[in-house]
Every structure is written in structure tokens, then in C-alpha cells.
Design a binder for this molecule. Structure first.
Ligand SMILES: C[C@@H](C(=O)O)C(=O)SCCNC(=O)CCNC(=O)[C@H](O)C(C)(C)COP(=O)(O)OP(=O)(O)OC[C@H]1O[C@@H](n2cnc3c(N)ncnc32)[C@H](O)[C@@H]1OP(=O)(O)O
Ligand SMILES: [Co+2]
Length: 133
């Protein structure tokens, strides 16, 4: 694992939260991206070598809609940058973690992503991401 790539924050309304985080971080998002397969619309902020990803749901089945209904807005996941996502999935599976998608899928910001179930990681949803080169 190379570094924390981003921290994902679940929000009700992307536009409202963009203004809050723009004020907080002193810079506007560098990217907006809808990821239809995940039912989310996102914005990305740079914070030094790491990023903040704001996520709002685009439908009621979205993991973000379900999360907010249960827990309210807040930190949704931590994403780690990995060199080789296929190897990392195999290693973590071997270690007993519950991998939610064993085949990496296309995420936001030019990344292949995979998730670990929060029940196997002390209640924290973990995302692995590898840059598509
Ligand atoms: C675009 C992309 C990117 O960066 O490139 C993204 O980030 S997309 C980000 C959005 N996509 C994803 O999150 C995809 C991976 N997520 C999922 O597959 C799902 O959201 C699960 C994590 C499996 C949770 O789904 P669901 O609640 O239906 O499942 P479940 O019944 O197995 O587990 C429910 C238990 O997990 C808890 N739970 C659910 N989401 C959680 C979260 N984000 N952090 C911590 N706990 C969480 C619930 O409160 C519940 O706890 P109790 O049992 O104690 O009540
Ligand atoms: Co993410």
C-alpha cells in the first residue's frame, strides 16, 4: 500500500458540500465525476499528496443513500493507493479479509477499485485503488 489515496465523505447535497469544503481547504474541487455503476456523483479536492472525495447518491439504491439513511453524513471510506490491485486483492483475501468485488471495477478519477467489507476491518469500509496506466 503506497499511501492514503483519498478519504470518501458521504454528503446529502454535493453543491452545498462543495462550498463548505472549498472554504475549509482553500481550493475548489479539481474534478467532478459521476460514476453510474456506483450510483454516485463525486467531487475531488487535493490536500497535499492526498484527496478528499465527496460523494452524493444519484439513486435510492446507492451505497451512499443507504449509508446516510443509517448513519447520516460523514466519513464513508478510506482509499489506499496500491501498485497492483489484483495482487493486493489476492493477498488480502488470503489474510481473511472480505473482498466485496474480487474483480477490480472502474472507479472515479482514472482508477480501478475494489472494496473490503467494513465488518472485516473494524467498521471501516476500505477501498483499494490502482491508477489505470
Ligand atoms: C467512485 C468510487 C471511487 O472512489 O472511485 C467510490 O468511492 S464509490 C463508493 C460507493 N460504493 C461502495 O461503497 C461500494 C462498496 N460498498 C458496498 O458494497 C456496500 O455499501 C456495503 C459496504 C457492503 C454495505 O452495504 P449494505 O449496508 O447493504 O450491506 P450489509 O448488510 O452487508 O452490511 C451492513 C453493515 O455495514 C455497515 N456499513 C455500510 N456501509 C458502511 C460504511 N461505508 N462504513 C462502515 N460501515 C458501513 C452498515 O451500517 C451495517 O452495519 P450493522 O449491521 O452494524 O447495522
Ligand atoms: Co472512493
Amino acid at each position: 500500500m503506497k499511501k492514503i489515496e483519498h478519504i470518501g465523505i458521504a454528503v446529502n447535497d454535493l453543491e452545498t458540500s462543495n462550498l463548505i469544503f472549498e472554504k475549509l481547504l482553500g481550493a475548489a474541487p479539481y474534478k467532478f465525476e459521476e460514476v453510474e455503476s456506483e450510483g454516485v456523483t463525486t467531487s475531488f479536492f487535493n490536500v497535499g499528496p492526498n484527496k478528499i472525495e465527496l460523494l452524493a447518491a444519484t439513486n435510492t439504491d446507492s451505497p451512499i443513500a443507504k449509508f446516510i439513511a443509517k448513519k447520516g453524513e460523514g466519513i464513508h471510506h478510506i482509499a489506499f493507493d496500491v501498485e497492483d490491485i489484483v495482487l493486493e486483492i489476492a493477498r488480502l483475501k488470503e489474510e481473511g479479509f472480505v473482498v466485496l468485488n474480487e474483480v477490480p471495477k472502474k472507479g472515479a478519477d482514472n482508477k480501478l477499485v475494489a472494496f473490503l467489507h467494513p465488518k472485516s476491518t473494524n467498521g471501516v469500509l476500505i477501498e483499494l485503488c490502482q491508477e489505470i496506466r
